[in-house]
Design a protein around this ligand. Structure first.
Ligand code: GAR
Length: 218
């Protein structure tokens, strides 16, 4: 036992947020280890990246469960439990969850979403932010509740929306913020500093020292 909390990262794609968590966890004083990377897609690019770094991986292909979401989640949960996982971090895990898995991991499962929630839940957040003409956009890390992209907010980072932004340019700027806030938010969760109180999360952080919770640009 090294005293570090065992975290599973769940992915469906390239895994850049997964890599930001793995990189943070390489620091000897980081309070979590990435003990498992699990994907619902056998061809997710992030799986190979994790394997190359010697991190255990698993695949539970949702297509094998023929639309039975809970059966899929029971298979996922079994692997999480078998591996002694304590905290689950969703990182581009693009499956809608049923109350079963959400309740199994209540207050122990977090997600990153590429928007300043509660605005722009769901997909195509950057296109929608441009369509709506918002001047600030960003990313949110939150505890997972039964609703899609819903739950008490742990950390947010904001970027300006520029006059000549395209969805791709804006996505790249937001992704850089995602990579900053996710390791920080996970650290707050595993150290017990992020505490759920109703719909809000108290973080016991001196925000004068923390850029992670307020990255507001002019
Ligand atoms: C990230 O932008 C993440 O915020 C988003 O998927 C992308 C995954 O990229 N998640 C959601 O949209 C969840 N609703 P990554 O595989 O490079 O981390």
């Amino acid at each position: 036992m090294n005293g570090r909390k065992k975290v599973a990262v769940l992915i469906s794609g390239r895994g850049s947020n997964m890599m930001s968590l793995i990189a943070a966890a390489m620091a000897p004083d980081y309070p979590a280890e990435i003990a498992l990377v699990l994907s619902n897609k056998p061809d997710a690019g992030g799986l190979q990246k994790a394997e190359d770094l010697g991190i255990p991986t698993a695949v539970v292909d949702h297509r094998d469960y023929k639309g039975d979401r809970e059966a899929f989640e029971r298979a996922v949960n079994e692997i999480l439990v078998e591996n002694g996982i304590e905290i689950v971090a969703l990182a581009g895990f693009l499956r809608l969850l049923t109350p079963y898995l959400v309740n199994e991991w209540r207050d122990r499962m977090i997600n990153i979403h590429p928007a300043l929630l509660p605005s722009f839940k769901g997909l195509h957040t950057h296109e929608r932010a441009l369509d709506e003409g918002v001047k600030l956009h960003g990313a949110t890390v939150h505890f997972v509740s039964p609703g899609m992209d819903d739950g008490p907010i742990i950390a947010q980072g904001a970027v300006p929306v520029l006059d000549d932004d395209t969805p791709d340019a804006l996505a790249a700027r937001v992704l850089a913020v995602e990579h900053q806030i996710y390791p920080r938010a996970l650290e707050l969760v595993v150290t017990g500093k992020a505490k759920v109180k109703g719909h809000r999360v108290a973080t016991s952080v001196d925000t004068s020292e923390s850029a992670a919770n307020t990255l507001i640009f002019p």
